[in-house]
Design a protein around this ligand. Structure first.
Ligand SMILES: [Zn+2]
Length: 422
């Protein structure tokens, strides 16, 4: 973590500022703190592998004990969930190699780690809608001079969408330490990661973010009222926005349902900023048809009641004019400006490739029937079959998006993925 990040961190319990305890074990140099103990008015918290761990769940307390004793490697094992010595050895060996991929580290984290369908994340229908909304709202409120916060951001797949819009770089917050550890290494290098509990007050100062977002996780937060109060507290009260994307709907069943509320229930959570609630189906249609993402729409109550997934946007008065607009969506493959992350163009892993006339023939193949059930709407943009000829294949390898490849990028048959993703 950067030392200057201490300026925006606060203890989730006493609200006090956090400082590095210089008298205890630490490893810090210049502007960075890699290991150590942070103290506030009420407690002390460890910094493990550059990530402050600002909660008191059992693993955090155990890791803090190791750090106090000057055993950072054991603190990392505890937080990574690899306390079993054999698994720890595999993890540490894989982590030590600069060539290891995201996929290899997911495997090295062992059976306790929930990797899910991470490999397919960048083209799943939930992601492409959330990515479009995050970029639209992020561009509207961050303007390259405010910072974004992604709470329950996991391995940072959407935090990556904020790089280049958020300045300073975005903050990724999650309870699950190994996901953020992966995010810092692969998905969002340069983000600041903070390990914290979404069911507790957020460990950030008031008003320091332009955008606070949470995607595909709010239905699992039990303390929903506190969570929304906290999201509203940490954004700029004049020109900030809160975004909850892909939260499930109590009135419409969905896989991995969680404890969702109805649209009316979600609306009642917002006491200080007025929210607008959108059905995800309408936003999805905007994205797949290449229309602007229309945030001027007012979905009818019956539309919201029937949609299994909802997106909630709340904009403060100073941000409203920029947020409630139709936003042009950058097609995938459009050259990005500024310091947006440059990944590596690769064939979407949902395709089975076979050699064909010097190039490859591609066939859409879902990893499991469950995946197809949950994410089958990707058929709206992923063709059943495609082909890449030899010159295009060579261009792809060289990282050059020729016109035929740009057409495949628009269909998401080729994707810009983080370096060493799989
Ligand atoms: Zn405290």
């Amino acid at each position: 973590m950067l030392r200057e990040t201490l300026e925006i961190l606060r203890c989730p319990y006493c609200g006090g500022r956090l400082e590095l305890v210089e008298s205890m074990h630490h490893r810090a140099s210049g502007d960075r703190i890699d290991e150590g103990i942070l103290g506030c008015h009420c407690c002390i918290f460890p910094v493990v592998s550059g990530i402050p761990v600002l909660h008191l769940q059992p693993a955090a307390v155990e890791a803090r004990g190791h750090m106090e004793q000057g055993r950072p490697e054991l603190a990392l094992r505890v937080m990574a969930g690899v306390s079993d010595p054999a698994q720890a050895e595999i993890f540490e060996r894989t982590a030590a190699s600069a060539d290891s991929t995201y996929r290899e580290l997911v495997e090295a984290l062992g059976p306790n780690f929930e990797g899910g369908y991470f490999l397919y994340r960048f083209s799943d229908p939930t992601f492409i809608v959330a990515d479009a909304v995050v970029r639209a709202v992020g561009r509207a409120v961050l303007a390259g001079r405010r910072r974004a916060l992604d709470v329950c951001g996991g391995s940072g797949h959407l935090t990556r969408s904020l790089v280049g819009l958020s300045s300073p770089p975005p903050v990724l917050a999650d309870l699950f330490f190994p996901k953020m550890w992966l995010a810092q290494r692969f998905t969002v290098p340069g983000c600041e990661a903070v390990c914290c509990d979404g069911n507790a007050p957020l460990p950030f100062a008031r008003g320091v973010f332009g955008l606070a977002m949470c995607s595909d996780a709010f239905q699992y937060i039990w303390t929903k009222r506190q969570f929304i109060d906290e999201m509203a507290r940490v954004v700029d009260p004049q020109a900030g926005a809160v975004l909850i994307s892909h939260t499930h709907n109590q009135l419409a069943w969905s896989p991995s349902h969680g404890q969702p509320l109805s649209p009316a229930g979600y609306r009642d959570l917002f006491e200080t900023i007025e929210p607008r609630i959108f059905g995800e189906a309408g936003l999805f249609e905007d994205v797949v048809s290449g229309r602007p993402l229309d945030l001027t729409r007012r979905d009818a109550p019956e539309t919201l009641d029937h949609d299994p997934a909802l997106t909630i946007v709340a904009a403060t008065p100073g941000a409203a004019g920029e947020v409630w607009k139709a936003h042009e969506i950058e097609a995938p493959g459009t050259p990005r400006s500024g310091d947006a992350p440059r990944g590596r163009w690769r064939i979407n892993p949902l395709y089975r490739a076979s050699p064909h006339a010097g190039g490859v023939r591609l066939e859409l193949a879902f990893p499991t029937p469950d995946y197809e059930d949950e994410y089958g709407a990707c058929r709206r943009y992923l063709p059943e079959e495609a082909a890449i000829d030899q010159p295009a294949l060579a261009a792809l390898e060289a990282g050059t998006l020729t016109p035929p490849l740009a057409a495949l990028a628009r269909q998401r048959v080729v994707l810009e993925l983080p370096e060493r993703y799989y």
